[in-house]
Design a protein around this ligand. Structure first.
Ligand code: SR1
Length: 320
């Protein structure tokens, strides 16, 4: 869809640096597709760097972006200690900054997240309900990643309110092959905990690793409560006998579009809230099966509210 009329600076073309900590996996790929689609509609030249989970590299990438004086910078994930000093530097240099999934306190920065504390709480409550209120539970978590830390706060609240839940293991690894690395750890956790009733895995790469491990161990009666959604995730959830019974998710492409729109508003001097929260939705295996949902496209058609097109927008921004 064409924009009503792009502001003059956009007609001439603007440059936005997208500085990513991570880019592998379904979530990050879909997110990028959405960001690129929105950038194209706004005549934005999106300059992308991927640090592949190397934090020193992300610092180098962010410094390089600042040196190139783009019209705005989007920081996509990053350890607070790594990116915040450079985010402050960018702000001091007068560059508008949008941070997605970063714990940042700079009041000039637009901070976007997927309502993660609430998501961790709701997913945890779904798990408690699903196992009848008590039992052994394993949990995948790596500290330092803002969305995981926020979801963890939600889960901690659920545990506090449900004394019958016994967390018997905490594991997980974020890497360039998170699912495989987490699967290896899950093998040991499953063997060591024969009475396991469920695994809380609030990131799809974690969930996929756990599902593979449970299938290999013939323990698909252990329920998996995951995070995120993609076409391959839908395939895993709806496979005959899959232990992945529910996930909490946004449409990642929508989130990528919101981040680019937020940067466009900020660099154009339009009003935008400092905090932008995108809601998450619980999606169950039963819901996917009952509605014959096989792809992310099918899911979008069934749940149009996954597209938060009124978030971070203005009349001149094309809807997508
Ligand atoms: C390692 S952090 C992974 C999470 O980032 C995004 O918030 C996605 O939802 C994913 O779960």
């Amino acid at each position: 869809q064409e924009a009503a009329q792009l502001p003059e600076k956009f007609s001439a073309g603007v440059k936005i640096a997208l500085v990513r900590q991570l880019a592998s996996g379904d979530y990050f790929q879909q997110w990028l597709l959405g960001a690129q689609e929105q950038a194209k509609a706004l005549n934005v030249d999106l300059r992308i760097s991927d640090a592949r989970n190397n934090n020193d590299q992300q610092a180098t990438d962010l410094q390089r972006a600042i040196d190139q004086k783009p019209d705005a910078i989007i920081v996509d994930h990053g350890l607070a200690a790594t990116v915040n000093p450079l985010i402050d530097k960018a702000v001091e240099a007068g560059i508008p900054v949008v941070a997605f999934d970063v714990e940042t306190e700079n009041p000039e920065v637009v901070s976007i997240q997927q309502s993660d504390e609430d998501a961790g709480k709701r997913l945890g409550e779904e798990l408690v309900k699903g196992i009848g209120g008590s039992g052994d539970v394993a949990y995948t978590y790596v500290a330092g990643f803002a969305p995981l830390d926020r979801r963890n706060r939600g889960w901690e609240e659920v545990k506090k309110a449900n004394s019958g839940i016994k967390q018997v293991a905490k594991f997980g690894k974020v890497s360039d092959s998170t699912a495989n690395d987490t699967q290896e750890q899950a093998n040991a956790v499953i063997t060591a905990n024969p009475d396991l009733k469920a695994v809380l895995a609030p990131y799809d790469e974690f969930a996929k690793g756990v599902v593979n491990a449970l299938e290999q161990a013939n323990k698909t009666d252990v329920k998996v409560y995951g995070g995120d959604i993609s076409t391959p995730d839908i395939g895993v959830m709806t496979k005959e006998g899959s232990p992945w019974v529910a996930t909490i998710a946004t449409d990642p492409a929508n989130v990528g579009r919101v981040a680019v729109r937020a940067a466009a508003l900020k660099l154009n001097g339009d009003a935008i809230d400092r905090e932008v929260l995108i809601p998450q939705t619980i999606i169950t295996q039963d819901f996917l099966k009952e509605n014959s949902i096989k792809t992310l496209e099918d899911l979008r058609a069934k749940l149009p509210d996954l597209n938060t097109q009124d978030t971070a927008t203005a009349d001149w921004i094309p809807k997508s």
